[in-house]
Design a protein around this ligand. Structure first.
Ligand code: NAI
Ligand code: MG
Length: 359
């Protein structure tokens, strides 16, 4: 198979974790005889520094010419004081919108050998296997700040807008995913307070008629946040709006032990997709070679599966990651309880590559 991949490392640890992920991609490609053409582009603060904008037209063009996009992370203190139009995070929002990547899949799976790395009790996290389906191109992050902007010191306004069609398409996506899994869907909202959530709930009920084999429950977001910490096993697929999904997935990362373990796929319905870790650019550890590359590496596996239909190749990476963890290797973000071997970003990636080459 021949495919072109746009690679946008971004800022902070984005650069560091991408290097290892590309080595893993190459190792899998070589093993199975695929030709993965990789071309790098700029996004976020590094694009602002070079082009004066967080997502230059060159980057959009590169993504359009590619079959999938791998992205590291954007942002950092260096760019925090820029006007909001050219903040690095704006680049990420813009690229999601430009390519209509409305469905963000965030799997949360407890690795057996990492159960001790979670701050939660072993019996709570063992065997957790859930997916958060986050709506990615609507809601608060895209609503125009309305009115009163001239009086910024006294009042700030964000708007939360959802069109029915936007809710329908993400809900269909979540139902279809649930059908392929344990056939249980939890829709998370705040319908006791928000109008958009009331519409969300109505849409879920309407659409559920088309998926009679899927069991549906509605849950308020505050309760969902609590249940994720004490009964995460009860969840299979969760579907929710943009900001709730953002927050709940960082929370859910503690089931795996670290934010550095969560990959994600941003999809739109055809084979094109953007794949990135759930975490940000981690300026506190950037440049120190300490970042956990596994979320980025697992995002490569998601790309192979969702955009290229390469299931066996994706599983090979996931098995490789599991074997390295089983062998006791940990980056610093994963609590070792005095056991295991702490390694840096490059060494961790290299260990995964070696597992693949040994197969
Ligand atoms: P963050 O996700 O970058 O970091 C939160 C904490 O988790 C930090 O202590 C960090 O060291 C740790 N962490 C994150 N990823 C890790 C990894 N792979 N290995 C080890 N430790 C890891 O969130 P933070 O610090 O709030 O934001 C930093 C910057 O990233 C901000 O500019 C923010 O806007 C941006 N950001 C970008 C995202 C993206 O590019 N998708 C998502 C979230 C934040
Ligand atoms: Mg986030």
């Amino acid at each position: 198979m021949k495919r072109k991949i746009a690679v946008l490392p971004g800022d902070g640890i984005g650069q560091e974790i991408m290097d290892g992920a590309l080595e893993v991609l190459k190792a899998v490609g070589d093993w199975f005889g695929h030709e993965f053409e990789v071309e790098k582009g700029f996004i976020g603060g590094s694009a602002v520094d070079r082009f004066g904008t967080p997502v230059p037209p060159e980057t959009i063009k590169l993504c359009k010419e590619s079959d999938a996009v791998l992205l590291g992370a954007v942002g950092g203190p260096k760019w925090e004081h820029l006007p909001k139009e050219i903040r690095p995070e704006k680049g990420l929002l813009a690229i999601r919108k430009e390519f209509d990547l409305f469905a963000n899949l965030r799997p949360v799976k407890a690795f057996e050998s990492l159960l001790g790395a979670s701050p939660l009790k072993r019996e709570i996290v063992e065997e957790v296997d859930l997916v958060i389906v986050r709506e990615l191109t609507g809601g608060l992050y895209f609503g125009q700040p309305s009115g009163r902007q001239g009086k910024r010191d006294e009042v700030a306004v964000d708007t939360l807008v959802y069109e029915k069609s936007e809710i329908e398409r993400i809900v269909h996506k979540a139902f279809k995913l649930a059908q392929k899994r344990k056939k249980k869907l939890t829709s998370v909202d705040k319908a006791n307070v928000l109008e958009t959530s009331r519409m969300w709930r109505e849409v879920v009920n309407e659409v559920s008629g088309e998926y009679p084999d899927v069991e549906v429950e509605h849950m308020l977001v505050d309760v969902a946040a609590m249940k994720l910490m004490y009964q995460p096993k009860q969840f299979d697929v969760l579907v929710t709006e943009n900001m709730f999904g953002d927050i709940l997935s960082d929370e859910a990362s503690m089931i795996t032990g670290s934010l550095g373990m969560l990959p994600s796929a941003s999809l739109r319905g055809d084979s094109f997709g953007l794949y990135e870790p759930v975490h940000g650019s981690a300026p506190d550890i950037a440049g120190k070679g300490k970042a956990n590359p596994l979320a980025m590496i697992l995002s490569v596996a998601m790309m192979l599966r969702h955009s290229f239909g390469l299931k066996e190749e994706a599983e090979m990476i996931e098995m490789g990651v599991q074997e390295v963890l089983n062998a006791g290797y940990r980056t610093g973000d994963l609590w070792t309880m005095g056991r295991g071997t702490v390694v840096g970003t490059g060494a961790m990636s290299q260990l995964v590559v070696e597992r693949l080459e040994a197969d």
